[in-house]
Design a binder for this molecule. Sequence first.
Ligand code: ASP
Length: 306
Amino acid sequence: MLPRIAIHGGAGTILKSEMSAEKEEAYQWALQQALRRGFEVLHAKGSAVDAVAAAIISLEDCPLFNAGKGSVFNAEGRHEMDASIMSGENLSAGAITGVMNIKNPILLAKTVMLKSEHVFLMGEGAELFARKNHLDFEPDDYFYDEFRYQQWQKIKGTDAIALDHSREKKFGTVGAVAIDSLGNLAAGTSTGGMTNKRYGRIGDSPMIGAGTYANNATCAISCTGHGELFIRSVVAYDISCLMEYKRLSLKDACEMVVHDKLVKIGGEGGLIAIDKEGNIELPFNSEGMYRGWMGGIDDVKTEIYS
Ligand code: ASP
């Protein structure tokens, strides 16, 4: 099997008219960097799970994206982060929600998957588990980003929540899906959630089946968009089910969920998907989605607009 990887850096109202050439270049560079990080793992015969984690760490460390460093502000002015990862080989999964000061939330999700009896840890319990496993913590300042702070200032004190990367609606979550040389699939997602979200709010990103899902029998999916609607639509698992039970192709399953089912309930966003044959789909129903894929050293593509 030829290994492949795809990533996203969030969807939303991303308009070319509002992007400077330098900013666009910075995003393209960051996406390519993350793809290369993930692909290096696959190229060295590493696992899809490790490749997904490596690509996501690269995006978490980049303040351009709403995950890890550069996460959005919640209603209390804090950075509460969520992440999840799943292996399609054995359906093992790890997820964390509402964690603060963890440098790389995806590593914590992966540690939950590999080193605990559990799938999903929250808040302080998840942080305690991170300390026990010697994961890196960073002070609040590390996560601060002026652009996100200004996004929050605009709606602070109101009940509005906003997805990142949009004027009114903003998403900016990051995610990766991959297939390794053994044909194993994996998916992962990491986010700061939505600007001005209520303290304790949980989105789709850490929820297995909603924002993240992987199954070697079907596909691997990572979502980005308005989390509440993605949870109600159980988006990631729905695509897998349409393939497993209705025998839809990855393309048709993505089309039905992203451009029909989600649209009908007002669910703005998109996802990245890879199936067991290595086919990749990157559908979204918003104006743009930071995205890219890589299938060889010279086979790298990144895109932003539709
Ligand atoms: N889905 C994420 C959430 O609702 C937001 C995003 O994709 O940017 O928390």
